[in-house]
Design a protein around this ligand. Structure first.
Ligand code: AVJ
Length: 311
C-alpha cells in the first residue's frame, strides 16, 4: 500500500504551485466532495461520455462475454460507481473472481460491498494500490485467465508516455492470453468538447474550484474562491481538453505556510483529458503489446469501446 493520500497531497500541491506554469495533479480533484461532484457531472446533458459508453457496453456486453474464459478473473482499474461493471458481470456469469483496483480504500470497500451483495457466487478480492504502479493480483485471482476493464476514458488523463507505460503494466499484470476492455473518448467538434467540460449549470466549475476549497481545508490555504474562475480549453496541438483555474487579479495565496504569487490571468492547470482517433489509440495500445479484437464506436458525440488482446 501507498501512504495516505493527504501526505502526498501537501507535497504534490507545494511542488505543483512552485512549478512554471503552475499545475496540480488531477487525481487530487477526487476528495469526497469532488467524487460527489464528478458523479453529478456524469448525469449532465453536456457530459456525453458516461451515458454514451454505457450504451456501447450494453450493446457489446454479450460479444465481450464470448471472449472471456470460464473461471476468469475480471480486473477493474479504478473502481467508480459499478454500473458499467455490472453490465459485464451480467453478460459473463463465467467470471469467477472480481478484482477492483483503487487507491482509495473507501471507494474499494464500497465497490466490493455493492458487488458482493448482488453477485453472491462471485469472489470479490479488492486490491488497494496505485494502478499506475506495478501490482500483483490477490491469491484468489492467481492461476486464472484474466480480463481487464478500464472504462470512462480515464486513459485520457495520462500524458502519452504514461498512457503507454500504464497499458504495458496492465499487459504484464494480465499476462498473455488476456483481454482488455478500454473506454476511449474520441476527437470531435470543439464546441461539443468544451461544453462537456464547462457546463451551463456550473457543476464542472464547482468540481474544479473544489480543489481550492480542499487546499483551504486540508492545507490551511487562504484561496479566495471569488478570485479564481474555472476554464476549459481545447488544446488542438496536444489533442486534449485542459481544465484550468484562472486568477482574476494579481494576488498572493498562502498554502501550508508558504506564499505563492499569482498574476492576473495566470492559471493553475488542473486536468488533461486527451481525445483520440481510433488509429491513434490503436497505435498507443500496440506500443504496449495489445492488438484490437473489436471496437465499438457510437454515433456523434463519438466514444469508443475497444476489446484488446495480449498475445
Ligand atoms: C473521469 C477523468 C475521465 O476527463 O472526462 C469530467 C473527469 N473532468 N469533467 C474526464 C472530468 C471534468 C473525466 N475522467
Amino acid at each position: 500500500m501507498t501512504e495516505p493520500q493527504s501526505d502526498t497531497f501537501e507535497a504534490d500541491v507545494l511542488a505543483g504551485l512552485s512549478a512554471m506554469p503552475k499545475t496540480l495533479l488531477s487525481k487530487h480533484l477526487y476528495d469526497e466532495e469532488g467524487s460527489r461532484l464528478f458523479e453529478e457531472i456524469t448525469g449532465l446533458e453536456e457530459y456525453y461520455p458516461t451515458r454514451t459508453e454505457l450504451g456501447l457496453l450494453t450493446t457489446a456486453a454479450s460479444e465481450i462475454a464470448a471472449y472471456i474464459s470460464p473461471g476468469a478473473t475480471l480486473v477493474e482499474f479504478g473502481s467508480g460507481a459499478s454500473t458499467k461493471t455490472r453490465l459485464i458481470l451480467d453478460a459473463a456469469p463465467q467470471v469467477a473472481v472480481y478484482v477492483p483496483v483503487d487507491i482509495s480504500e473507501e471507494a474499494l470497500a464500497a465497490a466490493a460491498a455493492s458487488i458482493n451483495a448482488d453477485y453472491p457466487k462471485l469472489v470479490v478480492a479488492p486490491l488497494a494500490g496505485d494502478f499506475t504502479q506495478a501490482l500483483e493480483l490477490p491469491a484468489q485471482a492467481q492461476g486464472r485467465p484474466r480480463t481487464g476493464f478500464f472504462p470512462g476514458s480515464t486513459i485520457g488523463n495520462f500524458e502519452h508516455a504514461d498512457a503507454v507505460a500504464f497499458m504495458a503494466s496492465a499487459r504484464r499484470l494480465l499476462r498473455s492470453g488476456a483481454q482488455f476492455v478500454v473506454g476511449v473518448d474520441l476527437v470531435k467538434d470543439e464546441g461539443v468538447l468544451v461544453r462537456a467540460y464547462d457546463d451551463a449549470r456550473g457543476v464542472t466549475a464547482a468540481f474544479n474550484l473544489n480543489l481550492l476549497t480542499r487546499m483551504n481545508r486540508e492545507l490551511e490555504a487562504d484561496f479566495d474562491l471569488q478570485a479564481f474562475r474555472h476554464c476549459a480549453v481545447w488544446n488542438g496541438e496536444e489533442s486534449r481538453i485542459e481544465m484550468h483555474l484562472v486568477s482574476l487579479r494579481d494576488q498572493t495565496v498562502h498554502v501550508a505556510g508558504r506564499a505563492f504569487g499569482f498574476a492576473e490571468g495566470e492559471t493553475i492547470h488542473t486536468e488533461n483529458s486527451h481525445k483520440f482517433t481510433k488509429e491513434g489509440f490503436e497505435r498507443l495500445a500496440g506500443e504496449a503489446g495489445w492488438r484490437t479484437l473489436r471496437c465499438w464506436i457510437s454515433p456523434e458525440p463519438a466514444f469508443a469501446v475497444f476489446l484488446l488482446a495480449a498475445d
